[in-house]
Design a protein around this ligand. Structure first.
Ligand SMILES: C[S@@+](CC[C@H](N)C(=O)[O-])C[C@H]1O[C@@H](n2cnc3c(N)ncnc32)[C@H](O)[C@@H]1O
Length: 439
């Protein structure tokens, strides 16, 4: 069997690399066709969403404990067990056989036998699998919901156990997907007709114009509608910050921390590509993607510039969007890897960087101009606390209401900000505020 060519073996490779380097790199999946690549993404994200629970099961059914296993064996077992328990379409024998083959190929026949033994042990008890029963409550919850202990503690303290469970449960579900019609290449009404003609189910959002909730983004990718610029894949909550900045045709807008540019493209659409958007990011690789998007979406008023925003000086603009780098705790369903890459130290680092970025961004806003600050985090330190500290340092900025721009359901702090939660709003968790320079 050419195991190198299967979605399973490629997923194992990606998971091993993630364990060893803490980076999720899908490039090895390029040897597969589009369907295979999509399968790999599903596998990897699904396994990362259940990782602690899968590790608990491995520990229960193996004599060699998970902490002593090589990343290769660990990830072969995670994937095989995930297949057996969660993938109804995969018969148990197929999951076991392929896992054993991959183990033999990568580690030799003895590891193949060990894989076979562990998976068969589990198969015998599959109707009555053990449940985590640690005395330590945090460890128990963290294992059951496959979240890191520091987040379990934080969220339980903040939301109470019941709501923290709901949030973690939402993070473990398949995410909700939205597409947005790009009016620079089509018209929203025509795009609806296009979807209807191709029998693609969709629900039009009442929150923002041009957004459609869809079951899967695959039909849009395979039909080439993204490459042709007809639509973007963009969570509706990611659209809030640009709508709040409300850029008008003819204005000068800076999009700081812009790459890969989904918000730059939306702002270009809102401006009918008239006026100018300067999209700045520190990563040239991500800026290349932004430049490609700008071309395919006909977002002709976008210019790109590579720079570290904390050290950047620019003339003052009408409007500035700072979509800051953050812990990403609002997007843990789509980006399950983030829950294993973040810790309290990375939260503190993010807060420090956001503070510097905000200070720098504030110097680029003209008097009477607007500054929108947004994150895809749920953490107060990155969100309203960060904003309040900023306002203490910068008395010439005032918080504005988001009323009239965004739906009531997402408003927080008396309408002076928005925050969405995956377990409440059927979308990713995003935060943002609008500020005006008054002096
Ligand atoms: C949340 S992402 C931006 C997403 C983007 N706004 C969008 O909607 O497509 C944060 C971005 O900040 C960039 N970044 C991080 N530190 C930066 C810095 N010091 N200066 C400029 N960009 C930075 C990262 O490269 C990353 O692309």
């Amino acid at each position: 069997m050419d195991t190198e060519a299967t979605a399973r073996s490629v997923s194992v490779e990606i998971l091993i690399h993630f364990d060893e380097h803490n980076i999720l790199d899908y490039s090895v999946a390029n040897k597969l066709d589009a369907r295979g690549r999509a399968e790999v993404r599903e596998y990897v994200q699904n396994i990362l969403r259940r990782r602690s629970y899968l590790d608990f099961l491995i520990d229960e059914f193996s004599n060699v404990k998970i902490g002593e296993m090589k990343p290769v064996l660990k990830n072969i077992l995670r994937l095989g067990i995930y297949d057996m328990i969660f993938m109804d379409s995969t018969p148990d024998y197929a999951a076991i056989n392929e896992s054993v083959e991959i183990a033999k190929l990568k580690l030799g026949s003895r590891t193949g036998d060990l894989t076979n033994a562990i998976m068969r042990n589990l198969q015998r008890d599959i109707e009555n699998l053990p449940k985590p029963s640690f005395e330590d409550r945090t460890k128990l919850v963290a294992t059951t919901f496959s979240h890191p202990e520091w987040l379990v503690e934080r969220w339980t303290r903040r939301f109470g156990e019941r709501e923290a469970f709901q949030l973690m449960q939402a993070n473990n579900q398949r995410p909700t997907y939205y597409v947005r019609a790009n009016n620079l290449r089509t018209k929203t009404e025509n795009f609806k007709l296009r979807m209807t003609k191709k029998d693609i189910p969709f629900t039009e959002s009442e929150w923002l114009p041009g957004y459609f909730q869809v079951d899967s983004v695959a039909p849009f990718i395979t039909r080439g509608w993204l490459d042709k610029g007809f639509c973007q894949i963009q969570d509706i909550a990611a659209g809030f910050a640009p709508f709040l900045l409300d850029p008008e045709p003819g204005e000068e807008i800076y999009d700081l921390c812009a790459a890969p540019g989904t918000k730059s493209v939306l702002m270009s659409d809102l401006m009918n590509a008239e006026g100018s958007i300067l999209a700045v990011d520190i990563s040239s690789e991500r800026l290349d993607r932004l430049a490609e998007s700008a071309l395919s979406y006909h977002a002709e008023n976008i210019r790109v510039r590579r720079a570290d925003v904390t050290e950047l000086t620019l003339d003052e603009a009408d409007g500035v969007l700072l979509d800051a780098p953050c812990t990403g705790t609002g997007v843990l369903s789509k980006r399950a890897d983030l829950r294993w890459r973040r810790d309290e130290e990375s939260l503190n680092n993010a807060v420090e960087l956001q503070k510097k970025l905000l200070d720098s961004a504030s110097r680029m806003v003209k008097k009477g101009g607007r500054l929108v600050y947004s994150t895809c985090s749920l953490e107060e330190e990155e969100n309203m606390e960060q904003v309040m500290n900023f306002l203490d340092r910068h008395e010439h900025f005032e918080l504005q209401t988001v009323e009239g721009y965004l739906p009531d359901e997402v408003m927080v702090d008396g309408g002076f900000g928005y925050q969405t939660f995956p377990h409440k709003h059927r979308c990713d968790g995003h935060f943002g505020v609008l500020m005006k320079r008054v002096k």
